[in-house]
Design a protein around this ligand. Structure first.
Ligand code: F6R
Length: 614
């Protein structure tokens, strides 16, 4: 995790680095730091807390200089405090480093360096790395770039680093393995960041380093890329970025999460634009067309993901099996990779990830590729590690998701997966033309139905006020809406810190029903299509035990209204598309409850947006 930012050019580095760090705070926000070179010496300030705290603290140093590096941290080694914050100096004070990742063998290197007289102020692996670079520089008598290359060959782990050396004051050296690193190329200036958001107002041209690549970024020169392993030359691939500034700002909303919830009609439309041609009865997805045989002849599809993306995978299991009749297994990436799974070259693995950087998902992909499976990625972040590592893929076009809690990523993932299932169902002849066209036409109506669902916001705020002080909540759903129940519970716990669990509604009587009393709010998804009568029976069971029922129902439903304490309506749609609607009120409920409890909605405690550690 962690976010890194750097600047070398002709402008003041401080505001660029600070603003960039603020944009990257989604990656970690327990401490932050900055180092600036004023043409003479390095001035460094760092602190436990957020970038805003750093901005205040940094007033104690000179803020001059057009070279700077900064860091926003999600602690791995060492508690979040001022000393463990980045940047870290080397013992001589000549080098400073920022690092996103983990150096696994840092203990052994630290012992060796300690024997050679090095002292360490922090508990971090990063301070060990900067001193290793210093030691190599000294003992091998090499310049910074070469020292970084040699040192990195001695470390095991993951990193995106930027290193500055007062003895080479016109350059910053960066390197990447496992953690992302983008270089923005401006007019005689360069930007370094974990993603492109810190420099989007300055340039649209970026180079994304590949794993095991490093770059020497020197003022007035072209970027030089080298392979870390053997120091051979690598060639930069300059990408033109599509992102715009508006997309990464709050746009009048109090929180990114709320903005992103409201963006869903647009995001879903952007995701199917050009792919869903309902009037022509077509779904066009190049990643599928080019690999149709692989999908059609697959023994099974294995879906790997984590968190919310895993929930989207569970919805996809229903969709693929129901529509395309392909067997599907959905796995937590973290479990899959460690349990010696049986994978063959007849398997297709779909990896779902908003960030495209989740370490466990990435490792699962590598494992499946080794075993010969065809690997397809569903990612949001263009050019991310997973997008690059997979054999083929389809992007969601949600736009940047800044709020740590995933919202529009979930619905756009389901949109892509639905399109895929429909295309495969058609290719396999599972559908009549009429039924196929009915699906396509209905999918096209989803953005306006999401908009309609968002109209319940005021009612949801009232309901949130009733339940904001609950200590436990249950979420129930069946069929396509069972994963939505899981997702609803995850949203509540991660941003409001209320304990919540999701269950398949019928499982309730196998244990969880024991929890129900007059203090237990139970959120039930009870839409008309999808085991409606059975869910109504479950609601009766809750009611007779005095549980509080908040039901998500289809517009016009009277039966559940008579039973439930509160109902929230969503428009009617095909059963397989209901998750795209039923998830909306649950997102809003979690949002309002968290705001009412005074929680930091966009940056919940202990979390980070991009989980690049195992
Ligand atoms: C929950 C949430 C996380 C992510 C998970 C996977 O709101 O955001 O559970 O879904 O960390 O992240 P990606 O999709 O980036 O692989």
């Amino acid at each position: 995790m962690c976010g890194i930012v750097g600047y070398i050019g002709h402008r003041d580095a401080f505001p660029i680095v600070i603003k960039g760090l603020q944009r990257l705070e989604y990656r970690g926000y327990d401490s932050a730091g900055i180092a600036l070179y004023d043409g003479n010496k390095i001035n460094l300030s760092k602190t436990k807390g957020k970038v805003e705290d750093l901005k205040n603290k940094a007033k104690e140093i000179s803020l001059e200089g057009s070279i700077g590096i900064g860091h926003t941290r999600w602690a791995t080694h060492g508690v979040p405090n001022d000393v463990n914050s980045h940047p870290h100096y080397s013992n001589s004070g000549n080098l400073v480093i920022i690092h996103n990742g983990i150096i696994e063998n840092y203990e052994a290197i630290k012992q060796e360096l300690t024997k050679r007289g090095y002292v360490f102020k922090s508990d971090t692996d990063t301070e060990v790395l900067v001193n290793l670079i210093e030691e190599v520089k000294k003992t091998e008598d090499v310049k910074l770039g070469k020292a970084v290359q040699i040192a990195l060959n001695q470390v095991v782990g993951a990193y995106a680093i930027a290193v500055f050396d007062v003895e080479k004051p016109d350059e910053i050296v960066v390197a990447k393995l496992g953690s992302p690193l983008a270089i923005g190329i401006g007019n005689n200036e360069f930007f370094i960041a974990s993603d492109a958001s810190p420099f989007i107002e300055f340039t649209n041209n970026a180079v994304y380093l590949e794993d095991e690549e490093m770059a020497i970024i020197r003022l007035g020169k072209e970027i030089k890329l080298r392979k870390i392993k053997d120091d051979s030359v690598a060639y930069p691939r300059i990408l033109e970025l599509q992102m715009n500034l508006e997309e990464i700002e709050k746009g009048g909303y109090d929180h990114f999460m709320l903005k992103e919830i409201y963006e869903q009609p647009r995001a879903i439309k952007d995701t199917y634009r050009g792919r869903l041609l309902a009037d022509q009865g077509l779904v066009k997805m190049s990643g599928i067309e080019q690999n149709m045989e692989k999908f059609i002849n697959a023994n099974r599809i294995i879906i790997v993901a984590c968190g919310t993306s895993w929930h989207a995978g569970l919805v996809a299991e229903y969709i693929f099996e129901d529509l395309a009749r392909i067997p599907v297994e959905v796995e937590y990436a973290s479990e899959f990779r460690y349990r010696n799974p049986v994978i063959t070259d007849k398997d297709v693995l779909i990896a779902i990830s908003q960030s495209g950087e989740t370490a466990d998902t990435l490792a699962a992909i590598k494992l499946a590729k080794e075993k010969g499976a065809f690997v397809f990625g569903v990612c949001n972040v263009v050019g991310s590690s997973i997008a690059r590592e997979t054999d083929a893929g389809a992007y969601t076009h949600a736009g940047p998701e800044i709020g740590v809690a995933s919202t529009k990523a979930f619905t756009t993932q389901i949109t892509v997966l639905t399109l895929m299932a429909l295309r495969l169902a058609k290719a396999k002849g599972e559908f009549s033309e009429t039924k196929y066209r009915e699906y396509l036409t209905e999918l096209e109506t989803i953005p306006s139905k999401v908009e309609k669902s968002l109209e319940s916001n005021a009612l949801i705020e009232i309901i949130a006020d009733v339940y904001k002080d609950s200590t436990n909540c249950l979420y129930l759903g069946r069929g396509y809406n069972f994963p939505v129940a899981l997702e609803g519970a995850l949203k509540l716990k991660e941003i409001s810190y209320i304990h919540a669990e999701g269950y398949p509604a019928a499982e309730m009587k196998h244990g969880p029903i024991a929890l129900i009393d007059e203090h237990m709010p139970v959120f039930v998804i009870a839409t008309k299509k999808g085991h409606y009568e059975k869910v109504v029976s479950n609601i009766q069971e809750i009611k007779s035990r005095k549980g509080k029922i908040i039901a998500i129902v289809t517009e016009g439903d009277e039966q559940v209204r008579d039973l439930a304490d509160h109902v929230i309506e969503v428009p009617e749609t095909l059963e397989s598309l209901t998750p795209l609607l039923t998830t909306i009120p649950l997102q809003l409920l979690s949002y309002h409850i968290a705001v009412m409890r005074g929680c930091n909605v966009d940056q919940p405690r202990n979390l980070a947006k991009s989980v690049t550690v195992e």
